[in-house]
Design a protein around this ligand. Structure first.
Ligand SMILES: [Mg+2]
Length: 283
């Protein structure tokens, strides 16, 4: 009897610890995936090189504004009719003007993934400035150019976004609606319709973003990695002239493209896809 009781306890503890191992394992997997972001987030947050690249991009964008103002036929929207239109620029918000890498760092440290904690983070309104953004935007405002912020932050974050911009001394138009959010007017994450709306009234001088979708429509953005590169080639005359791309190595549709934009993959599948996407031949 005593022996059977011991056997029972032994089996009970054995099963209990196996269950613990599995629970630990699945938690570890999500954390592991986030931990793969450590170097990317460190680059965004600490690299002098990232700062220099960002300042360089905004300096070129400033010079482009001067050229664009002097040439009434100049437009950053392909095929736009510019006649009698007031000048505007279109900029993205996250990782173009507002730096959310503190949120990225939190996810790594907490072992959580987007969108957990995102709304809360945005409502804190403490994102810092992407280096050079403030100076660039103040320059545009001083020249009388209307600045449109076209962002895929959800509508409920509109006030928090304004507050964050104001906290940093970044200008936004108090008189008209120039912060165009996802979810407003049935807008989805495709920024094309919002660019078209701005373009119906304004001559768009330049555009600044950190994601291909900040420049081209979803049908060109939501493609596999190699095809997205072909889209970049299609617009070769725009880059560094009318379109300015900031580097965001922490996240973006470049990553979604690896998974065919399927965000339901398990951490294991994500990891396997990442490994499979590495190219040891350098093709
Ligand atoms: Mg962005």
């Amino acid at each position: 009897m005593k022996a059977r009781l011991w056997q029972f306890f032994f089996l009970f503890y054995a099963f209990a610890s196996i269950e613990n191992i599995f629970a630990e394992e699945s938690k570890k997997n999500i954390k592991d995936i986030k931990e793969q972001n450590i170097m990317s987030v460190l680059y965004q947050q600490t690299a002098a090189e990232r700062m220099a690249g960002s300042l360089q991009t905004f300096k070129l964008a400033k010079q482009a504004i001067d050229k664009a103002l002097a040439d009434p036929s100049w437009s950053a929207l392909p095929g736009q009719n510019t006649r009698d239109k007031k000048p505007a620029i279109i900029v993205d918000v996250d990782e173009t003007v507002l730096d959310n890498t503190a949120y990225e760092a939190r996810m790594i440290l907490n072992g959580t993934s987007y969108p957990e904690g995102w709304i809360r983070w945005c409502k804190e309104a403490v994102a810092t400035e992407v280096p050079g953004a403030k100076d660039f935007l103040n320059y545009a405002a001083l020249k009388g150019i209307t600045i449109f912020y076209v962002t895929n932050r959800v509508f409920q974050l509109k006030e928090a976004t304004k507050k964050n911009l104001s906290n940093l001394g970044i200008p936004w138009d108090q008189a008209k609606d120039t912060i165009l959010m996802r979810g407003e007017n049935n807008w989805n994450s495709d920024k094309g319709p919002r660019r078209a709306l701005v373009g119906s009234e304004y001559r768009v001088l330049i555009m600044v973003g950190d994601n291909l979708g900040d420049f081209v429509d979803a049908k060109e953005n939501n493609l596999i990695a190699s095809k997205r590169k072909n889209i970049v080639k299609d617009y070769t005359d725009y880059w560094g002239v009318k379109w300015f791309m900031l580097q965001n190595v922490a996240y973006g549709d470049w990553e979604g493209a690896l998974y065919n934009f399927d965000y339901s993959l398990s951490p294991e599948e994500v990891h396997k896809t990442r490994i499979k996407s590495l190219d040891p031949q350098g093709n």
